[in-house]
Ligand binder design. Structure first.
Ligand code: HEC
Length: 131
């Protein structure tokens, strides 16, 4: 009886470990696939889009040295989980919903992530990959 309980606990812990590492990997892979052609998470490394190093918690439109902002030029809000979730769901809808705090109603970014669990994994990856 005792042994069974011990084994069950061990198994639960093993499963928890596997699923948490699977989630982190998922975020990195998703980022590479869905965002990586336009973004890097290295500070100062800009592509078509700005570097996303440390983006969660910082003011929108302020990646140093990036000169191609449209929507985020002069924006007056900071990125948090909710804003990021809405932005990567649908850029046009985000700009409309945030009129007044975004800089313009146009952007060259085009990336709609439909699945909530994929958005969550990407956001976790962005938080974990500060350098
Ligand atoms: C086709 C290229 C492209 C893809 C793909 C893309 N982005 Fe962007 N991204 C941009 C551009 C261009 C901007 C600048 C936005 C503006 O000001 O109009 C931007 C801006 C951003 C910003 C605002 C940064 C800041 O400094 O305020 C965030 C956050 C962001 N992207 C996250 C993502 C994430 C996460 C993904 C993947 C799900 C993604 N982007 C996919 C091109 C892209």
């Amino acid at each position: 009886m005792k042994t069974t309980k011990f084994l069950a606990l061990g198994l639960a812990a093993a499963i928890a470990t596997i699923s948490s590492s699977a989630m982190a990997d998922g975020g990195e892979d998703l980022f590479k696939k869905k965002c990586g052609s336009c973004h890097s998470v290295k500070a100062g490394e800009h592509k078509i889009g700005p570097s996303l190093a440390g983006v969660i918690g910082r003011a929108a439109g302020t990646a140093e040295g990036y000169g191609k902002y449209q929507a985020m030029k002069g924006a007056s809000f900071s990125w948090d989980d909710a804003k990021m979730d809405a932005w990567i769901t649908d850029q046009k809808a985000f700009l409309k919903d945030n009129e007044g705090v975004v800089g313009a109603q146009k952007t060259a970014m085009s990336a709609k992530i439909k699945k909530p669990e994929e958005r969550a994994a990407i956001i976790e990856y962005l938080k974990a990959s500060h350098d």
